[in-house]
Design a protein around this ligand. Structure first.
Ligand code: FMN
Length: 212
């Protein structure tokens, strides 16, 4: 089984970041459970190029693209192939202004491609991705969604992730919220400890379901 770990923290190598700590622990747990093939992509690492889409490059012949666009098209194919060949995905992300971080949106624009991962029919979009693909979305946030009433209407990030992967035909989405990390009255250490326990427990379950 091939697993892709997508790290989305703008402080891409900040070792104190909860998102990065959980990604490391998640990877170690997967390896411990016998999943040896964990590929990683760290979206904000300057050495990782995520093309920013301004046209549907798949629809253009090479000669109609600029040199930069030709490079981007090759890179987009790499990103898309990596995504398509993956059986399970672990995403680690901080919540920024109630939404997914911008490089993750750029990443999505490289994999949500008509006739590659979904197709359009008259009144609906049909997912072409592997419907068995399991997505795990670990989202850290400063505030708490079940305590602040305003947050209910601003819960875009999780909705977006569920919605966009739904377009691809994927509905196996496990969400792990790590909330309230920046609230002065909370014990951050305890929240992180609980998140580690929850993540490890989920990987145990994931492992039982996916052992071949
Ligand atoms: C630019 C920016 C925007 C943020 N927006 C939100 C927000 O809308 N809601 C929220 O609960 N936390 C918000 N936060 C707080 C982060 O989500 C929180 O500090 C982070 O998840 C902690 O995890 P980390 O250690 O991995 O950075 C924001 C932080 C930054 C830097």
């Amino acid at each position: 089984m091939k697993i892709l770990q997508i790290m989305c923290h703008p402080d891409y190598n900040g070792e104190h970041r909860v998102s990065n700590i959980l990604a490391k622990i998640g990877e170690e747990k997967l390896v411990e459970k016998g999943f040896s093939s964990v590929e990683k992509i760290n979206l904000y690492d300057p050495s990782v190029h995520i093309p920013v889409m301004d046209k549907f490059m798949f629809n253009y012949e090479e000669e109609k693209l600029t040199e930069k666009e030709q490079h981007d098209k090759i890179r987009q194919k790499e990103i898309l192939n990596q995504w398509k060949s993956t059986d399970a995905v672990f995403i680690y992300m901080p919540l920024h202004n109630f939404n997914v971080v911008s490089k993750f949106k750029d990443y999505i624009d490289n994999i949500v491609i008509v006739n590659e991962t979904f197709k359009c029919e008259v009144e609906s979009l049909i997912g072409l991705d592997d419907s068995d693909k399991q997505i795990t979305f670990v989202i850290t946030s400063g505030g708490e969604f079940d305590k602040h009433i305003q947050y209910t209407n601003l819960d875009f990030a999780v909705q977006y992730v569920r919605g966009i992967f739904g377009v691809l035909g994927i509905d196996k989405i496990k969400v792990l919220r790590v909330e309230g990390l920046d609230l002065a009255f909370n014990d951050k250490e305890q929240i992180v400890k609980k998140a580690i326990v929850d993540l490890k427990a989920w990987i145990e379950e994931f492992s039982r379901k996916n052992k071949k």
